[in-house]
Design a protein around this ligand. Structure first.
Ligand code: 6GU
Length: 225
């Protein structure tokens, strides 16, 4: 999969996508991420990419021209399956959306800043909008990094154990059960006996029960589904 990202602060995307599982995905050639600085499509020599909003009010708006030129230039080299605008007023990102995106070949993500991007770009170029939650970030980059991470780790071959993404919280509408490692007794706090009984069916039943319990208590909203 290839993901192109248009940003005015590309530095914000570097570290989150260069370590751990994302590094492995990229090193293995399973995930390609290219970050493009919007400034290269600025409307003048001062590097202008934003302007005051029509109707007045505080906060700048990202101009349509640099974004349209960026999108059209990048679209010459490949056809994007989705052109995604990350914005707090979009539909909320979730695991089914990550699963769906992981099946695509080419994604383009636009990161907004200030008051956001001119509405006409959203209407004429953007095919999908995503918010990562009900709070406001100072720009779309961290949201984009989260989406790339959530999607990238699902690509075949990225996780060592091919099945491990399937046992994540949310994949079956259940939160993950508690996990333990050595020692069996830490400061008198003991690992549940059943995890050491050696019977994989009993262990699976216990984990499922714990997952249900946790989901009921912590996330009644997803349990009801
Ligand atoms: Cl995608 N962008 C910004 N700036 N803030 C957000 C967001 C996105 N999702 C939640 N808050």
């Amino acid at each position: 999969m290839r993901i192109d990202i248009i940003s005015v602060v590309p530095e914000l995307l570097e570290s989150p996508l260069s370590h751990s599982i994302m590094k492995r995905a990229r090193d293995k050639g399973l995930l390609e991420v290219h970050v493009h600085h919007l400034r290269q499509w600025a409307v003048n020599e001062y590097g202008q990419i934003d302007d005051y909003q029509y109707g007045g009010g505080a906060g700048m708006v990202m101009m349509p021209e640099p974004l349209a030129n960026a999108i059209e230039t990048l679209s010459k080299d490949r056809t994007y399956d989705e052109i995604i605008y990350v914005t707090p007023d979009g539909p909320r990102f979730d695991q089914p959306t990550a699963n769906r995106l992981s099946l695509k070949g080419n994604l383009l993500i636009i990161c907004g800043h200030y008051k956001g991007i001119d509405q006409r770009i959203r209407e004429h170029f953007v095919t999908m909008e995503i918010s990562i939650g009900d709070y406001v970030l100072s720009g779309g980059e961290l949201a984009a990094a989260i989406i790339v991470d959530a999607v990238g780790r699902l690509l075949p071959g990225v996780l060592g154990d091919e099945t491990s993404a399937l046992t994540d919280s949310f994949q079956d509408n259940l939160l993950a059960p508690p996990v333990y490692t050595r020692p069996a007794d830490f400061r008198g706090w003991k690992v549940p006996e059943i995890l050491m009984c050696g019977d994989p069916i009993k262990v699976a039943d216990w984990r499922h029960e714990q997952a249900i319990q946790r989901t009921k208590e912590r996330r009644p909203d997803i349990f009801d589904q």
